[in-house]
Design a protein around this ligand. Sequence first.
Ligand SMILES: Nc1ncnc2c1ncn2[C@@H]1O[C@H](COP(=O)(O)OP(=O)(O)OP(=O)(O)O)[C@@H](O)[C@H]1O
Length: 230
Amino acid sequence: MKKLIEVQHLSKVYPIASNEKVHALKDVNFTISEGDLIAIVGTSGSGKSTLLRILGCIDTQSTGQYLFKGLNIEGKTDKELANIRNQSIGFVMQDFSLIEDYSVKKNVLLPLTYEKNKVKRNKRKKNLNTLLEKLNMSNQENQNVTSLSGGQKQRVAIARALINQPAILLADEPTGALDQATSKEIMSILHSLHAEGKTIIIVTHDLQIAEQCQRIFQIEDGHLHEVCEL
Ligand SMILES: Nc1ncnc2c1ncn2[C@@H]1O[C@H](COP(=O)(O)OP(=O)(O)OP(=O)(O)O)[C@@H](O)[C@H]1O
């Protein structure tokens, strides 16, 4: 399979006071291929969110190399990073991060407002119906998201993350706010997206979820290693 992500000797240091620093990631190395389904696990404060933020081009590394689709992310301006995010990366968050006063449809179409190319925008708009059908949300298209259940909200968030047909889906504790049955339902959606070829990374505290993934990255105090079994 084609390489999608290459990370070499990547470190992240946060300055916290004049002489103090937090080494959140330390010499991290891995490769992700197209179509991989990966879990990132680790205790609180180990560096999972920091890594996801860097992979998602929300933040950048302090040292080391991050190649996304062969493109070196180092030195990119905020605008360039925003373009990469919008074109190629879909985010799913624990708290769904929906706009509560908007309908399902308006939430899902939100990423398109950042697409300046009208032809591309209209083409992507055509994904709406297919996505809502796939996520079993067609009947709620015009419903305000405030009235939806947690599972339905997460399905809307997944549809929104996919509207631009991103190369990768980054999910930060996607089932963290859901009960067991609803978590299962969301995981089964992520599994079917993976079966269709989507590359997915899931940050999770839940080892049962991690065990359902093809590959597991464990982070301990900023060090990452791949585990075969938990
Ligand atoms: N913006 C920041 N400024 C300073 N330190 C930070 C910042 N963000 C994270 N850290 C520190 O970096 C380390 C890694 O944090 P990170 O949020 O990546 O961990 P995590 O594994 O995602 O934790 P959790 O599971 O609790 O979300 C922690 O020591 C944290 O306090």
